[in-house]
Design a protein around this ligand. Structure first.
Ligand code: GLP
Length: 235
């Protein structure tokens, strides 16, 4: 694992952009995308650039169950607003939060096997979840229906009018699907991510810390700001 410590999310967005640019120059066909506030500065750099993504397939990690694609808080809407409306991709995929799980899980696994991910962008939850793979998720997991933990609902309520409006379930790519990406870029900013980052990078590899599985990936890069790095012992 390679760890790059940056001053803040502005510098982080630039560094992350350089990695995406490099992947594109190396012939990237499929880019795995993430939502949340963390990748926003990366997407700003992508939008401001003259890079052409029109031959790249975008595959997103997750979506809330019960929100239509045009709901203001759906991840589908987030992706359109922050990236796809300004930067056309060849095709984009995201789980359908309105589809029943008996067909949607299989459909999304099929999307992933048809489009192997060259570079996967990840944020991280305060409890070290990646995608929506909460603590305890199987390392062998493929796309699944996830019950969100109270801590994730609490963290994500800022985007909704109240915690009651945060969906309780989501579809998420599984940890095995994430690990199948050829390269992984995890980004984390802020002190509230410091404990998750310390457990992820310096703790045991355990399903209790979903992101710790990345220790087993041969090409995982972490871009973290000084606040998120503040609990690391071996920097
Ligand atoms: C959500 C998403 C994750 C994201 C995490 C952190 O739960 N499912 O993919 O990494 O939140 O979000 P933020 O970047 O806003 O801190």
């Amino acid at each position: 694992m390679k760890v790059i410590v940056v001053k803040d999310k502005v510098e982080g967005g630039q560094k992350a952009f350089e990695i995406v640019q490099q992947a594109l120059e190396n012939g990237m066909k499929t880019l795995g995308l993430a939502t949340g506030s963390t990748p926003e500065t990366l997407y700003e750099n992508m939008v401001a650039s003259d890079l052409d993504f029109s031959q790249v397939v975008g595959v997103n990690l997750d979506e809330y169950i019960g929100l239509t694609a045009d709901h203001p808080q759906s991840y589908a809407t987030f992706m359109k607003e922050h990236l796809f409306n300004q930067k056309p991709f060849k095709e984009t995929y995201i789980p359908n939060g309105m589809a029943p799980s008996d067909t949607e899980l299989e459909r999304y696994d099929e999307v992933l096997s048809t489009h192997p991910i060259d570079l996967q962008i990840l944020g991280i939850g305060n409890n070290a979840h990646i995608g929506f793979n909460e603590p305890g998720s199987s390392f062998e997991g493929k796309t699944s229906k996830v019950h969100l933990t109270p801590s994730t609902i609490e963290a994500n309520k800022r985007f909704f009018d109240s915690a009651d409006e945060v969906p309780r379930y989501a579809y998420s790519m599984g940890l095995a699907s994430i690990m199948a990406a050829k390269q992984i870029l995890l980004i984390a900013y802020g002190e509230n991510k410091a404990e998750a980052i310390a457990h992820t990078l310096e703790g045991p590899v355990t399903e209790a810390v979903p992101a710790s599985i990345l220790q087993r990936h041969d090409h995982a890069i972490f871009i973290i700001d000084e606040a998120a790095a503040s609990q690391l012992k071996n920097l």
